[in-house]
Design a protein around this ligand. Structure first.
Ligand SMILES: C[S@@+](CC[C@H](N)C(=O)[O-])C[C@H]1O[C@@H](n2cnc3c(N)ncnc32)[C@H](O)[C@@H]1O
Length: 236
């Protein structure tokens, strides 16, 4: 991370914010319909380090609005084809770093159960393994540097990933598709600690952000948008 940061800093002029992207292009696809929501925040605030689980066309937008972007491709197979395709597309962004991780068998088992809308925790012990996998990924970076973690991976254990990031005290956590497939993604398993405030964008497939309450700058920006703050519910 340190060498990479130095390299990125030396190329920082390449990392200037570009003009308004064509949001329609992103909204046209389910994969990237979260960009129109993120843009309400990002047009006013630049994020320092953005780490995403799941990468795709939207990664380029994030690269245009963040100082550093880390994309984690967490899959339950060793199929690197999508990751390598994106790697080639993003080669000219010195402030991008890609990480490919193959989840273990127990994570794959939990993922298959989630896809069948079965709460995986009722059948397999996978949470420690998932936590350990995240620990190994994040150990490559300085946790203090991560400003926003975005959960949009190919695997379906998204609610669990949100919980893990909440426990890690990440300032801003976001997840895509929060309006759909509650049992598949495990949104109902999310437990929001009292020091976080949740904001939901409900248009499209839904984007939810959990913001640490000391990040008043972000909270104030989100309060000016059309998202719905969630005041009292402990669960997502
Ligand atoms: C929902 S996508 C992530 C999209 C990303 N957050 C973005 O903004 O573009 C999640 C995962 O789906 C898979 N994926 C996305 N687009 C794909 C494609 N066109 N072909 C194959 N796999 C794809 C990749 O494994 C990716 O990490």
């Amino acid at each position: 991370m340190k060498i990479w940061s130095a390299l990125v800093r030396s190329c920082s002029f390449k990392n200037m914010r570009l003009g308004n992207p064509d949001l329609k292009e992103y909204t046209a696809s389910d994969y990237t319909d979260h960009i129109r929501h993120f843009h309400k925040l990002f047009k006013q605030k630049k994020i320092s380090t953005f780490l995403e689980f799941g990468l795709g066309k939207g990664t380029e937008y994030f690269l245009q609005h963040c100082d550093h972007v880390i994309s984690v491709e967490l899959l339950c197979s060793d199929d690197r084809s999508w990751f390598e395709y994106c790697q080639k597309k993003l080669i000219n962004y010195p402030h991008w770093k890609g990480v490919f991780v193959q989840g273990s068998d127990v994570i794959a088992q939990a993922d298959r159960l989630a896809l069948e809308e079965i709460d995986p925790s009722s059948k397999v012990s996978y949470l420690d393994e998932l936590r350990l996998t995240c620990d190994k990924i994040l150990a490559q970076f300085s946790l203090d540097d991560l400003e926003l973690v975005f959960i949009d991976p190919g695997i379906h254990l998204r609610g669990d990933l949100v919980n893990i990031m909440l426990k890690k005290n990440i300032p801003i956590i976001a997840a895509h598709d929060t309006k759909v497939s509650e049992k598949v993604y495990g949104w109902n398993r999310i437990i929001v600690p009292s020091d976080y405030q949740a904001f939901k964008f409900v248009k499209g497939l839904g984007l939810t952000l959990w913001v640490r309450k000391d990040r008043l700058d972000v909270i104030q920006l989100l309060q000016k948008t059309n998202c719905k703050p969630c005041h009292v519910r402990k669960r997502h």
